[in-house]
Design a protein around this ligand. Structure first.
Ligand SMILES: [Zn+2]
Length: 425
């Protein structure tokens, strides 16, 4: 029903607008008074009402559009801003504790997901190095998690010297129970062998045969094009060697493939050559204490990074990656927010906010960044019922003290995070 007609009828006492039935015995919670950014790119709603029941959004709109059921809990959020929970379309979980890797366990998967959640990241797509311990924690298997981010995973990163070897890994991942497949097509700046076209074509074909989307790690423009022609469904990093061209833009658009820049991945390769500026950010320190970063302040380690040719090449190519993000966004390519965090020295939770700030530095508007980190990230990987604040979707959202449309860095002004309608402690 059109809002105006609804309002007229409501004022005449005939009906109520967007009001759930009181006879359904559901427990409703309302969040009122905030500016609501719904994640779709639509203009924000002032003095909005978000009504939640059974972990999902029961109604959303302006104060005039949503009539509250009787006897419900009302959270007055006047002056605050609500955004959908952030979605990291390229992260990793389970391996890292502090700045060290090698800690994979079910408990550490849970700990990492909890850390993501406390920073407002309510869904994470782990693109590789996932083990059987995490299968039970996947979003599709576990829809009631409220104190940690929802998890999607790719299992083992597929590799192999022959098509047969690599396809066997696809089948293992399938048997384990994954959501996506993931390959790496990269020579790590000339230091390792790159997966051949014959091998990745076989992997892509087998993945599609089994019904999976396949994400690809790549570095070079030429590989990105070849991978798109071969059927890759997701570019999991930036093109970093050259400016993107019309041919790549055409392929991405024609095949409706999303591009995931992971700018903080580049940053992490060289930023510890010095004392990283964010080590003194209170938003960083609220979770990561100074002892965690102590090893990164070691002068010998810093010198090693300054003298490491790979680190310095990644540093030198970051402006290319940032310019490519802007070009692709301007040309209508869908940008899926991702960080490649959850790898040692890529700080879970904090890096997602740093990534948004870097996307702004690249020239994207706050609204474009929010859409990328919510509804577009969900759309790109077919994630269900997350990424938008609309009726029927999971009530996963972040309450901010300051409006991120004014400055994306306001994403750090987190007042509370809610997953499935429950506040993250
Ligand atoms: Zn990764």
């Amino acid at each position: 029903m059109k809002t105006r007609l609804c309002l007229v009828l409501a004022l005449m006492g005939f009906i109520s607008c967007s009001t759930p039935q009181q006879t359904d015995n559901k427990v409703y919670t309302a969040f009122t008074g905030a500016t609501i950014i719904d994640g779709t790119g639509a203009a924000p709603i002032q003095n909005g009402v978000l009504l939640v029941a059974d972990g999902r959004i029961a109604a959303m709109g302006t104060k005039n559009e949503v009539t509250l059921p009787d006897n419900i809990t009302v959270n007055d959020l006047s002056g605050k801003t609500i955004i959908p929970g952030l979605i990291n379309a390229h992260g990793h979980v389970g391996d890292v504790k502090g700045i060290e890797g090698g800690h994979y366990s079910k408990q550490n998967v849970i700990d990492n997901l909890s850390l993501f959640a406390r920073y407002g990241v309510t869904t994470v797509v782990s693109l590789g190095a996932d083990k059987g311990e995490a299968v039970a924690l996947r979003a599709v298997a576990d829809t009631t998690a409220t104190q940690r981010a929802r998890l999607y995973m790719a299992g083992e990163v597929i590799s192999g010297n022959t098509p047969e070897e690599a396809v066997a890994v696809v089948d293992q991942n399938d048997a384990m129970g994954v959501d996506f497949m993931k390959i790496r097509v990269d020579d790590n700046l000339g230091s390792s062998a790159k997966m051949t076209e014959e091998v990745y074509q076989a992997v892509i074909n087998r993945s599609h045969e089994l019904g999976y989307k396949i994400a690809t790690h790549m570095y070079y423009l030429d590989d990105a094009k070849k991978l798109l022609r071969a059927g890759s469904d997701f570019l999991a990093h930036s093109v970093r060697d050259l400016p993107v061209d019309d041919e790549l833009i055409g392929l991405l658009r024609e095949k409706k493939v999303c591009y995931c820049p992971t700018l903080t991945r580049e940053l992490s390769t060289y930023v510890y050559e010095d004392t990283a500026a964010f080590f003194s950010d209170p938003f960083f320190l609220r979770t990561y204490n100074t002892s965690v970063v102590e090893p990164l302040l070691d002068p010998a380690r810093q010198a090693q990074i300054r003298n490491n040719p790979s680190a310095q090449t990644y540093k030198q190519q970051l402006p290319t990656a940032m310019a490519n993000l802007k070009t692709l966004s301007d040309n209508g390519v869908t940008i899926a927010f991702g960080t490649d965090s959850g790898i040692p020295t890529r700080f879970i939770g904090y890096f997602e906010h740093l990534e948004m700030a870097m996307m702004a530095d690249a020239g994207l508007s706050p609204m474009q960044i929010i859409v990328s980190a919510t509804s577009d990230a969900a759309k790109c990987l077919d994630l269900k019922d997350v990424g938008k604040l609309v009726t029927g979707y999971w009530a996963d959202f972040v309450v901010l003290d300051a409006n991120p449309l004014e400055d994306i860095k306001n994403s750090k002004s987190i007042s509370g995070v809610w997953i499935a309608g429950e506040e993250v402690k």
